[in-house]
Design a binder for this molecule. Sequence first.
Ligand SMILES: Cc1ncc(COP(=O)(O)O)c(C=O)c1O
Length: 432
Amino acid sequence: MRRDIVHPGAGHLKYEIRQIVGFARSLSRWNVDIAWENIGDPVKKGESLPGWMKEIVRDAVTDDATYAYTDTEGSRETREFLAARANDRGGCRIGPDDIMFFNGLGDAVAKVFGFLKREARVLGPSPAYSTLSSAEAAHSGYEHLTYRLDPEHGWLPDMADVEMKVRYNDSVAGILLINPNNPTGAVYPECIIREFVRIAKTYRLFLVCDETYASIVYGGANTVALSGAIGEVPGLSLRSVSKEFPWPGARCGWIEAYNKDKDPVFAAYVRSLLDAKRLEVCSTSLPQIVIPRIMGDGRYPAHLARRAAMFGSRADEAAAAFEGIPGVKLVKPEGAFYASAVFSGGLPAEGRLPVSDPSLAAYIEEQVAGLAPDKRFAYWLLASTGICVVPLTGFVSDLPGFRFTLLETDDERRRWIFGSLAEACRTYLASV
Ligand SMILES: Cc1ncc(COP(=O)(O)O)c(C=O)c1O
């Protein structure tokens, strides 16, 4: 090529959650039956949407309006509905014009980071959901800047680390938090959210809070939405129907922008997100249009409560399976539907798991050469059990470990998955 056409951030576009799939599929030659524990799709894992929700969607399909474009920001009626709901949470008040729809939060994240000034960095958690960290890294062309989530303290953010990184790096213009968290399952208490707000206020930053899992909190955890704690600090909340209805295939998420009126630079930035969306006309209409009908239905609160309780009891099962394994730390999740196990004492460089077929074992030996220790574990785990997890180092983290889900709907299979994961940890650590 006459010119280099590759974006300087291209090398940062990593999504380990799906990258491991290619390797898992290569095991089909040995007829390995894969348990897909890598992807957070409740429907793929066997959850069915309640019949009443499907009826609402079915009715909407007969309505011509669902075949038309919406406003670029999204359906006005839905934005009014969501603004009222946000205001019911208390705290910072918003109107329909503070809400903007996207084709899933994946699309929103691409815009949030893609339209930030290149030199303006957003400090994010480690470990972190890869879409966010990769988008930030790709936008800047550098490694994602991170603060530490601490497995020894319930995966809470190390707030001293946050403040230190903000204080000594004036390119940091914003801080990202994910609450409830993917991949750790942690839920931040109000004091932590308030501490983020204090730091943002002190250093004149904006906050981005991914609240995809806001309605999946259990085990007695308490938290507060960003809007409830943000005061006058500029901020964005990212929300979606993907995990909550759950309807990930709808590709429907939205941003709530707080305190646009408090800072002209922030207001101009939010406007640029809308201008960028305008080039695409709008997001998919049908899922937006059914939001008020579904979320406003009298059965919705019970639906959310039932799911939260369901994930709460699965979190108990996972924690029980991992209890007392020397060298392995699993913090019981209190939100979302993931758990992350950390090999707190590290992993043996030459660890392996039993694989009965010698040709498969030889293939794995060849494939794991030079891999990060937890990726090596994940590959052996796949060959030995068929369970596909995501290595924790795939989530911008240097902690060796892996993330799995609480999504398996078949009770027996789920217990087998948790038990097999725990057993594999023991065996692998003892294998050398
Ligand atoms: C924390 C977090 N944010 C955003 C997303 C993306 O959601 P969407 O389906 O709306 O693109 C996910 C999906 O797993 C997620 O875990």
